[in-house]
Design a protein around this ligand. Structure first.
Ligand SMILES: [Zn+2]
Length: 342
């Protein structure tokens, strides 16, 4: 789901500092790209980063290359009524960006900037452009006009169409270092009195995205992950059948669950290759992973891994899937996984 842009939140997170300086230099030296895709895993604050960039590009009175927050341009932007700033995103979460939406901004980009400065279009969901809307956008990306900028936010892990990607510069927001992420998260969750271990595991669950970690914390994702592990173990022990577990899973949020499963299987691959547990990312379940790795064949692990990734892609492409059947098939493979190594 795309994050919706309502009130502009501005700021640069600690892990974004280097890349922010890089872009500031580009603005200063007037070599800021006309089309930039900002990517990176969920929960790194891409939208806030882009908003801050928009403010800096539009501000008429920059202070140290940052938006001043006071000029006419900054005020209009804060009030969500800047005439030279356009936002494109799916009308409804989960839908594509439509060709008419792209055409609507074409006109405003073709006229002179009303505030006399830059013109900026943010596409919040570069991966939500379908073929038609992408085609309508291509010409603008090629001939953007003077002082016009397109900032596209990549909704990872969905794909951005190659035709769009090839016309943009790419900037992947880097994940914080584990220490940086942990420090920041501890500050944010200081009222919750979480242990360091719990905070670490939260960050790990979020695949290193600190804002995602906060979201997961709020949604009690740790409980869901724990329950999932209990059920996977029950299948291996023959205490539950894949069909029984599929009935439970089909009512749950499949995307995060499948993503976790992918990570566990990646860890299994590492264990098969090196037998060295220090490379495992999911350190809390090393014993389980080692037991499964011992009894599984690497080809079977890869096959399950590929199938899960394929299902995730189908979900991202919004294909209509039968969750019960998807879960049943994958869980069957999981059941046979530990028999594959014999
Ligand atoms: Zn300003």
């Amino acid at each position: 789901m795309s994050e919706q842009l309502s009130a502009l939140s501005l700021g640069v997170y600690p892990w974004q500092q280097d890349q922010w300086l890089q872009l500031q230099n580009m603005i200063q030296q007037q070599r800021f790209p006309h089309a930039l895709i900002v990517g990176g895993v969920p929960g790194l604050g891409k939208l806030t980063f882009v908003n801050t960039l928009v403010a800096a590009l539009l501000c008429q009175n920059k202070i140290n290359d940052n938006a001043c927050g006071h000029c006419k341009s900054c005020q209009l932007l804060a009030a969500n009524s800047h005439p030279d700033f356009k936002l494109l995103q799916p009308v409804e979460a989960g839908k594509a960006i439509l060709v008419d939406q792209v055409r609507n901004i074409q006109h405003s980009m073709a006229t002179t900037a009303q505030q006399g400065g830059a013109r900026v279009v943010v596409i919040n969901g570069a991966s939500d452009l379908n073929l038609n809307s992408a085609n309508a956008l291509l010409k603008q990306l090629e001939e953007p006009g003077n002082n016009s900028y397109f900032l596209l936010i990549h909704q990872w892990p969905k794909m951005v169409l190659p035709t769009v990607r090839s016309r943009c510069q790419l900037l992947d927001i880097a994940k914080p270092t584990p220490k940086q992420g942990l420090n920041w998260l501890q500050q944010q969750l200081s009222d919750d009195e979480l242990t360091i271990e719990a905070t670490e595991s939260l960050l790990q669950l979020a695949n290193g995205g600190p804002l995602k970690a906060i979201e997961l914390h709020a949604s009690k994702a740790q409980d869901l992950r724990h329950q999932m592990l209990v059920e996977l173990t029950a299948i291996l022990r023959g205490q539950k059948t894949p069909i029984e577990v599929a009935q439970i899973w089909q009512k749950k949020p499949l995307v995060p669950m499948l993503n976790w499963w992918v990570e566990w299987l990646n860890d299994l691959v590492k264990l098969k290759m090196t037998e060295d547990a220090s490379h495992v990312s999911n350190t809390d379940i090393v014993k389980l992973l080692q037991a499964v790795a011992k009894r599984s064949d690497i080809v079977a692990i890869y096959t399950l891994l590929e199938n899960i990734i394929q299902q995730l892609n189908f979900i991202n492409q919004r294909r209509n899937l039968n969750p019960q059947l998807v879960c049943e098939e994958l869980l069957h493979q999981w059941y046979f996984l530990v028999k594959s190594g014999n």
